[in-house]
Design a binder for this molecule. Sequence first.
Ligand code: ADP
Length: 185
Amino acid sequence: MKDIVIFGAPGAGKGTQSDFIVEHYGLNHVSTGDLLRKEIADGTELGRRIKGIMDAGQLVSDDIVVEMMDKAIAADTQGMLFDGFPRTVAQAETLDRLLAAHGRALSCMVQLEVPEEELMRRLLERATIQGRADDNEATIANRLAEYRAKTLPVAEYYAAQGKQRLIDGLGTVEEIAARIRQAIG
Ligand code: ADP
């Protein structure tokens, strides 16, 4: 059973490539961003608490996402693709612990590398198509700043474990998918 993390800045193409990876390896796709947006759309108490934070492009607290992931891992029997998680080193340490508690361990972390001008271009383009509340110029700048400050150190965490697989995130969707399959093996 494989458990894989897909990693990269906002706009790096995690969601698009996740579809290919889960199909190819038969994994269960879990996106913290999608789960959090669903809480907001459903108008839950948690959704009301996190809406302002997400709209501002900041990270929600580790406790909230860790609790969600704890439940998702406990319910999974097929292996998972983690998309948007871990986003802090504390979350990465917790993920190792949660998997170990179920006799599992992360196979690898796939990191999509895309230059910042291209990230900005893609996110602004997505804004005109999907209309996501956090896809506007000011919020995008905050999300990229949060990524650099809090999330990029997670890459070092996996590099130190020998689990980081760096992927050139420029090219067609199919080209990138092929690079990922080769890296995962
Ligand atoms: P993107 O990668 O394009 O920013 P996501 O859908 O992954 O989009 O995340 C959207 C927002 O959800 C983030 O800006 C953050 O507020 C929140 N979020 C998602 N995953 C996490 C996480 N693991 N820890 C904290 N906040 C998160």
